[in-house]
Design a protein around this ligand. Structure first.
Ligand code: FE
Length: 341
């Protein structure tokens, strides 16, 4: 298939779903996904079982928006599954998505987690947390993102690069809360407190705390679970053990959250099936399973959080619209560039 020659980063790992001979060539839906097979296969199979619609998935590591763009009207993608508002924004800005009016989605997904123009819908939430050394930082001494700029933390903080989408969204949330000038002052303060040049991914920051390089890290909540229960790389269990999680800003606006999300492409051939899939993904069955697989939080407020994840702490989330975070991301990037994060 021509598709597969397109880009090395895009690999069709598997075709998910049931193609029984009886319903062959019947209903189908084709999605491009940044979300990994292990996360989504269980509930996509259930969707097929319930609806008879076969789901074909092309998994991608990068380059999805570019690919859909160059495929134009001939794209096979009826929809996309992706994580992070920045990637959604890239698709929306390029005009690759179409609006979906659905009472089910409006009921299941809170307004701040979906596009006001109905072009994308958040399915799971991830919280950006502060992880502090159990040994070297007093519990309760850091309560907010604002605290990270306190000069008393000089030389004690580790983060990944400020230009990474997770950090950029956090900076955007600071702009939303305080305005550009104050957010920049804050970012400058955090950079002044860094123990080392920003490097590595979220988990690498917790490793650095474990190794005494710094005392405070910033991570997405699900990495804590991925480390705590890592059977292949047991050392990561030790990294997780060395930190305590802080849900920032509980006394005011709440903890910054980002989303994984889904959308219907502009030239979807199986649009109605994709909408059915979106609605299914926003419902009880898929929500619980999707969130639990990756230690995330269901976007649907009526679906309970997985027990393990819930045990890390109940928290209030910043309910600023993710659309606003997306809109502020260029401003956030400029701040990151100016302060050298
Ligand atoms: Fe991640």
């Amino acid at each position: 298939m021509k598709l597969h020659h397109y880009a090395a980063a895009l690999v069709a790992i598997s075709t998910v779903g049931i193609a029984s001979t009886a319903v062959q060539a019947a209903e189908e839906v084709n999605i491009y996904s940044y979300r990994q097979p292990f996360l989504i296969k269980p509930f996509l199979d259930e969707f097929t079982k319930r609806t008879g619609i076969t789901v074909n998935v092309v998994f991608a590591k990068k380059g999805m928006a570019k690919r859909i763009q160059s495929e134009g009207k001939n794209t096979k993608a009826d929809g996309i599954l992706t994580a992070d508002i920045a990637r959604l924004k890239a698709h929306a800005d390029a005009g690759l998505l179409q609006p979906v009016k659905s009472a089910v989605l409006e009921k299941n997904i809170p307004a701040h987690l979906r596009d006001p123009g109905n072009q994308w819908f958040g399915l799971t939430k991830r919280a950006r947390l502060i992880a502090i050394s159990k040994d070297r930082v007093k519990a309760g001494s850091i309560k907010s993102y604002e605290d990270l700029a306190d000069p008393k933390l000089k030389g004690k903080i580790c983060t990944r690069k400020g230009s990474h989408v997770y950090m950029r969204a956090l900076v955007a949330s600071m702009v939303a809360a305080h305005g550009e000038a104050k957010a920049e002052k804050w970012a400058r303060g955090v950079v002044a407190n860094l123990a080392r040049k920003p490097q590595g991914n979220d988990r690498a920051q917790v490793k650095a705390v474990n190794q005494g390089v710094c005392d405070v890290a910033v991570i997405n909540n699900y990495y804590y679970g991925k480390m705590k229960f890592n059977k292949k790389k047991k050392e990561q269990q030790e990294w997780a053990k060395s930190v305590r999680l802080v849900f920032p800003n509980q006394a005011d606006r709440g903890t910054h959250v980002n989303i994984s999300a889904a959308a219907v492409t502009k030239y979807a051939k199986n649009r109605d099936n994709m909408v059915k899939l979106l609605e299914f993904l926003s419902g009880d069955f898929a929500q619980a399973m999707y969130a639990e697989q990756n230690y995330e939080y269901p976007a649907n407020p009526n679906v309970p959080t997985d027990k393990e994840v819930a045990s890390w702490g109940k928290f209030k989330e910043d309910r600023v619209s993710l659309k606003k975070i997306a809109d502020l991301s260029p401003t956030a990037q400029k701040i990151v560039d100016r302060v050298g994060w």
